[in-house]
Design a protein around this ligand. Sequence first.
Ligand SMILES: [Zn+2]
Length: 101
Amino acid sequence: MEKCREQVREKGMWPRFHRCKRNAVKDGKCLQHHPDTIDAKAEKRLKEWRAKIHGSRIVTAQERIEELRKQIESLMAENAALTSEICRLKAKTGEAINVHI
Ligand SMILES: [Zn+2]
């Protein structure tokens, strides 16, 4: 049976290659080295990468939303405190204090 025509890099510090030892199944290549398999793998990796990026963007946006929600709560509390302070001063002085909130 014909062997795969792919050159495979050997492990180690120096680049050395040997011919793939698997049997060729399609177009003179083994299943692992056939372009169809390589494309499918690349596509899978790309999908995973996109999902990861997309996921992290959502997480970042959710964190930002939570941060802004806390900021809004704190500003509303501050606003309420100032409003009651203004009402207290108005009642105390009897003066019309024009503050737009
Ligand atoms: Zn091969």
